[in-house]
Design a protein around this ligand. Structure first.
Ligand code: G3P
Length: 216
């Protein structure tokens, strides 16, 4: 399973990258706004900076919702760097645009996916990645991890190439459960990645080893 970080914060991207386990980055308009990135030029510059930090797939989301504008915007985003993945929402014009990008050699990430039916459409359109938002599904009292397992089952059975990118990860357990359920990628906040490190017995064991080391 690949690890992406789900942020537009450069310090966090660098910190995760320095761990040596990072395969890519996902951003969205909310995450970009949180970093105060405004205007077409600043947005493109920020994506380029991220691409220069991490050698992997970097998702950059379109802000439009009609076919022609999504295509124009996506072409501009893809031109920023060869590692840019154009992130497109799961709407009718989005599916059409994903098909257009697929036919024209531009990689895509179909975002805002909350059902197996939507994941089938994304795969049929040739999306490189499909992003089910598992935390938001959990928030609405459904089971996000179960959706990952269902999509993984369907994609294996139907031999779809689209990679399942589990998004809206809220904690370290989500990452473990997504790995078990067959996600190809987990995109996580830095604290969920670092949460994987934590175990009280590791801390207790290390403290004891360091104490005993003084007697060596
Ligand atoms: O990047 C999309 C997704 O990961 C958003 O997560 O926490 O806003 O539901 P969240």
């Amino acid at each position: 399973m690949k690890f992406f970080i789900d942020t537009a914060n450069l310090a966090q991207i660098k910190e995760a990258n320095e761990l040596g386990i990072l395969d890519g980055v996902t951003t969205n308009p909310s995450l970009m706004a949180k970093e105060g990135i405004k205007g077409e030029e600043a947005i493109a510059k920020h994506y380029k900076t991220i691409c220069e930090i991490v050698d992997g797939d970097i998702s950059a989301e379109v802000l439009s919702t009609d076919f022609n504008t999504i295509v124009e915007e996506g072409k501009k985003l893809a031109a920023i760097h060869p590692n840019i993945i154009v992130k497109v929402p799961m709407i009718k014009d989005g599916v059409k645009a994903i098909k257009w990008f697929t036919d024209n050699g531009i990689k895509t990430n179909c975002t805002l996916v909350f059902s197996a039916g939507q994941a089938i459409l994304a795969a049929k359109a040739g999306a490189t990645y499909v992003s089910p938002f598992i935390g938001r599904i959990d928030d609405s009292s459904w089971d996000g991890v179960e959706l990952i397992a269902q999509i993984a089952h369907i994609y294996a059975l139907q031999e779809f190439d689209t990679q399942i990118l589990a998004a809206s990860i809220r904690n370290a357990l989500h990452i473990v459960k997504c790995a078990e359920a067959g996600a190809d990628v987990c995109t996580c906040p830095l604290e969920s990645i670092l949460g994987l490190l934590k175990h009280p017995l590791t801390d207790i064991g290390l403290a004891k080893f360091l104490e005993d080391a003084k007697k060596m």
